[in-house]
Design a protein around this ligand. Structure first.
Ligand code: BCO
Length: 307
């Protein structure tokens, strides 16, 4: 896709004057983007199941975003990925919004990609399916990460594989002491593909990120807190949603415009990071595409039980 883009751009640059070239390049880029998007939607909509729910409270300015696929421990199906994008769109334009709690249904966060989807995407390797899923998920998680709202991941039960990547797209993490957080992609013969590799390095630093990714170890709440992945821990008798809400309220006391301004200040200050994040994500997708559907991945899917 990138080499086609470059070849077309080069041919335009040779044939046209500068102004005409700019206009044509913009048209071309938007045509390529909508073609890419259509391919992503066509692929993901083949794998239905579950949903992503959003409850917005205009009075408090706090919304609850819930991954809802309880029979599969909130594994993400293709249609849930599309749903997730719609909810992010809704949050992007929420005037009265201050903060979001991102959680899973039934006391567990997310067991990663639905393994049926992971298998099908891997089998479509030659048609670029891993890259289509990866770039779609990177785009949504980046948009969620850059919402003008304060975001908190409420992590209970499993946050594995892609589920652990989703944990990194929030500003803060409130984690159950018994939660199981694992960047287990290596056990699946995979690498992160939902933008979680780039965000994890930015969050924890190079060494800790490398330790988590290359060991694929599964850590509990207190260990997550020790390495800086969890901002607050709660116990088995605490009300999880109440704990997350009370944590978030520390940062959502002021008027929506003020809260949004603060978040925008922080986003703006990391703007140079954001530009490079796009490039880094593209590389992360290429690495993911190189593994997904490969021997180690197919072997892991075939003998897969549970972690
Ligand atoms: C870039 C994306 C990369 C990825 O995310 S690859 C996916 C990585 N994640 C996994 O491999 C998770 C596999 N699941 C597990 O290890 C365990 O199910 C888990 C989450 C620890 C929960 O264990 P338990 O509480 O004992 O529950 P359980 O195993 O009986 O699961 C209940 C039902 O949920 C299903 N399930 C869990 N995770 C799933 C998944 N990712 N995709 C599809 N189905 C999944 C599981 O098969 C079981 O179904 P059933 O009740 O036996 O029909």
């Amino acid at each position: 896709m990138a080499s086609l883009r470059h070849a077309l751009i080069r041919s335009f640059l040779i044939k046209r004057g500068p102004d005409e070239t700019t206009k044509r390049l913009l048209t071309l880029s938007s045509a390529l983007n909508s073609e890419l998007r259509q391919k992503q939607i066509d692929l993901l909509s083949k794998y239905p199941g579950g949903c992503v729910d959003l409850e917005k409270n205009d009075k408090t300015g706090i919304a609850v975003l819930t991954l809802n696929n309880p029979t599969k421990k909130n594994a993400l199906t293709g249609s849930m990925m599309i749903d997730f994008e719609k909810r992010v769109e809704d949050l992007e334009s929420w005037e009265k919004g201050r903060g979001v709690i991102f959680k899973g249904s039934g006391n567990t966060f997310c067991s990663g990609a639905d393994l049926n989807v992971a298998r099908a995407v891997g089998e479509g390797k030659d048609s670029g399916h891993p890259s289509l899923m990866s770039s779609f998920m990177q785009n949504i998680t980046s948009r969620f990460f850059n919402l003008p709202l304060i975001t908190v991941a409420l992590v209970e039960g499993a946050a594995l594989g892609g589920g652990a990547e989703l944990v990194t797209c929030c500003d803060f993490r409130v984690v159950s002491s018994s939660a199981n957080i694992g960047f287990v992609q290596a056990r699946m013969g995979l690498s992160p593909g939902w933008g979680g590799g780039v965000r994890l390095v930015n969050l924890l630093g190079r060494l800790k990120a490398l330790q988590l990714l290359s060991s694929a170890s599964i850590i509990k709440g207190f260990e997550a807190q020790e390495i800086g992945l969890a901002d607050e821990i709660f116990g088995e008798f605490d009300d999880s949603l109440e704990t997350a809400t009370s944590f978030l309220t520390n940062y959502t006391k002021f008027a929506p415009d003020v809260i949004k301004a603060m978040k925008r200040v922080v986003i703006n200050a990391s703007r140079s990071d954001m530009q490079s994040v796009e490039t880094l994500n593209t590389k992360e997708t290429q690495i993911f595409q190189s593994l997904c559907g490969g021997l180690a991945n197919l072997e892991a899917l075939n003998k897969k039980s549970k972690f």
